[in-house]
Design a protein around this ligand. Structure first.
Ligand SMILES: [Zn+2]
Length: 618
């Protein structure tokens, strides 16, 4: 996942023509040239037909079964390299038509694979489970595949008979159409309003401009205009948006019922074997412990000197702080900040920083944001748009966390289990951000810098933890309305959202009628239902582990034990269900206390913030 709050793209004027090659990534680690790439591409194309030739033969004998499984794996391994080479190049220059055509070729190849080989899973499932277990028991080459094959059998009760699956497949395009309608309306057809700001500048309020203005503009009236300009667009279309969302929620419920699930939530969580109580615990515990969130709003109101505090006052920095951090300094600090993770971790991190795995600076045509993209058997590549702000410093630490997780898993696991699930993906990244925060807090006595640092962490707690739990609460409630057969209209959605905002913010924020349509702005609701809660649970897991490893109140032996378990988690890829992986590391998300601890964490951060504000005033 990309860093959630890395939405603001500032400093668009940074155009470095002569960037030192050490700040660019080295794609020759993938292929020396296109000829080499072409060889692998052709090989994959041949493999598709080879795999297809096994159709109807998997049941025959264990040797054929193993051959097919291993050939399929070989295809998957190659696909990482063949896909990434053009993809990474395209991300540096989206206008390169030559590379774009290569990338398109890969996409065509992948769809050819899925059309020709959609029989594999059903055919494996047609063999009795005991037979397959016996084959795996006697063939060590199949051992790494045991987990994923057993998982297929676990989910078999939700696979229907062939004729029913066929019937459902006729509707698959149709049931995903709310997604595409939403995307067309929200990107192609939507018309954003223009506003004139206090500096006489007239600006179109797109979501990107909205985030930037709310985070940087110190004039409350400008922020108000900006907020109203954006949300009134969604309000204008609220009935259309509500119909689309209703269609999406109904499609979820229809498919859940067809596939023998008791709820849409269960259907969404079953793939990773997450108990629904984890979701419900999160929503309930956070909803009952919103006092620190309200305290923060009141504190901001006071510090910003506002007569009334509105929802659009929530992201502007509470002190002016524009210190620039040079990339070379920051990489040194990040390396030092990971000392609590041990020498082996630091050595590997040094490799990641010095091996030309990172494309650091913004350049013409480069895509925005930041990511870490794994390539099995090679190493991850990181894309940044580093602009020397504190925000981009933390983005770097975040993406390096993903990279280290990917490296450790890829080295320790066979291909079949190297990939970790989204459910634990944000643990290592947020853990590293927290290490850096504590490291930087120790380095500085400047109250302004300390406030900026604390704000960074508070923003994670309010934006990643609280706000994602708020969104999770909303989508659960709406899906439950559908399950009870109740109508889902713009009125109902507005009332639901409004009640949740009341629960979270109470009277610490002025009531805002336009907030009733917040849901229409959340693409995840339409594209991947019951997804955002994982940002919150990852954050909880990461905080629990951080406390176990670094809290001086724990004995040295306890801390060492916790560290050992944490590194094992990072090395475990996807070799078990994520809840089990976390339990082995010492985090049990079915326990409410772990979530509760995080709401207290915000209070602790606010105590620190108040102290720094006093220091500033002295
Ligand atoms: Zn991330």
């Amino acid at each position: 996942m990309e860093k959630v709050n890395a939405m603001n793209q500032e400093n668009k004027n940074i155009k470095r023509v002569d960037i030192d090659q050490k700040y660019k990534w080295k794609l020759s680690d993938l292929y020396q040239n296109w000829d080499e790439w072409e060889k692998d591409y052709k090989k994959m194309d041949q493999m598709i037909s080879e795999i297809a030739s096994f159709k109807g033969k998997l049941r025959d004998n264990p040797e054929t079964f193993a051959k097919a499984v291993l050939l399929n794996e070989e295809f998957d391994i190659l696909s990482y390299k063949v896909f990434r080479y053009p993809q990474l190049m395209l991300d540096l220059n989206s206008k390169d038509q030559f590379v774009a055509s290569k990338f398109q070729k890969v996409q065509i190849l992948f769809s050819k694979f899925s059309i020709q080989n959609s029989w594999i899973a059903p055919e494996i499932l047609s063999i009795p489970m005991e037979t397959v277990i016996g084959w795996i028991d006697t063939n060590p080459d199949l051992e790494p595949h045991r987990f994923s094959i057993m998982n297929m059998f676990r989910l078999q009760k939700h696979v229907l008979s062939e004729d029913k699956e066929k019937l459902l497949s006729f509707y698959s395009q149709f049931s995903s159409s709310p997604k595409s309608i939403y995307s067309q309306l929200s990107t192609a057809d939507i018309k954003f309003n223009e506003v004139k700001l206090s500096n006489d500048e007239t600006i179109k309020i797109s979501p990107a401009n909205y985030s930037r203005i709310l985070a940087t503009n110190r004039n409350q009236d400008d922020r108000k205009k900006t907020f109203e300009a954006l949300y009134s667009v969604y309000q204008d279309y609220q009935n259309t948006y509500a119909s689309i969302y209703n269609a999406s929620v109904q499609a979820d419920w229809a498919s859940s019922q067809a596939r023998n699930y008791t709820s849409s939530l269960e259907a969404a969580l079953e793939g990773d074997n997450i108990p629904t109580e984890v979701y419900r615990n999160l929503v309930q515990t956070v909803g009952e412990n919103t006092a620190p969130l309200k305290r923060y709003a009141r504190l901001r109101k006071k510090i910003l000197g506002l007569e009334k505090y509105h929802v659009y006052d929530g992201s502007v920095a509470i002190v002016d702080f524009d210190k620039k951090y040079s990339y070379d300094d920051v990489t040194k600090w990040i390396l030092e900040s990971t000392e609590p993770l041990g020498g082996e971790y630091q050595e590997k991190l040094k490799n990641a920083l010095n091996g030309k795995w990172i494309d650091v600076y913004e350049t013409e045509g480069k895509r925005s944001g930041a990511y870490s993209a794994g390539v099995y058997g090679v190493h991850p590549y990181m894309l940044l748009n580093y602009n020397e702000t504190l925000d981009s410093v933390f983005t770097l630490a975040h993406e390096l966390g993903h990279t280290m997780h990917t490296m450790l898993s890829s080295e320790a696991q066979p291909f079949a289990t190297h990939e970790y699930t989204i459910f634990i993906a944000e643990v290592a990244s947020t853990f590293n951000e927290r290490l850096l925060l504590d490291y930087l807090l120790n380095r500085t006595t400047d109250p302004k810098e300390r406030i900026a640092l604390l704000q960074q962490e508070i923003r994670n707690l309010t934006g990643t933890f609280y706000f994602q739990a708020l969104l999770a609460d909303f989508e659960l409630q709406v899906h439950e309305l559908a399950e009870k057969g109740e109508a889902i209209t713009s009125e109902v959605l507005g009332d639901t959202m409004s009640a949740i905002y009341d629960k979270y913010y109470g009277d610490s924020v002025e009531k805002e009628d336009l907030l009733r349509v917040v849901w229409a702005r959340v693409p995840h609701f339409f594209n991947s239902p019951f997804y955002v809660y994982q940002y919150a649970t990852c954050f909880v897991s990461s905080a629990v582990l951080y406390d176990k490893i670094t809290n001086p109140e724990n004995s040295k032996a306890e801390r060492e034990e916790a560290l050992k378990k944490y590194i094992s988690l990072l090395k475990s890829g996807g070799n078990d269900y994520p809840m089990e992986q976390l339990k082995k590391a010492g985090v049990d998300l079915t326990q409410k206390e772990v979530t509760l601890a995080l709401t207290k964490q915000l209070d602790i951060m606010l105590d620190l913030l108040e102290k720094e504000i006093e220091n500033l005033e002295k």
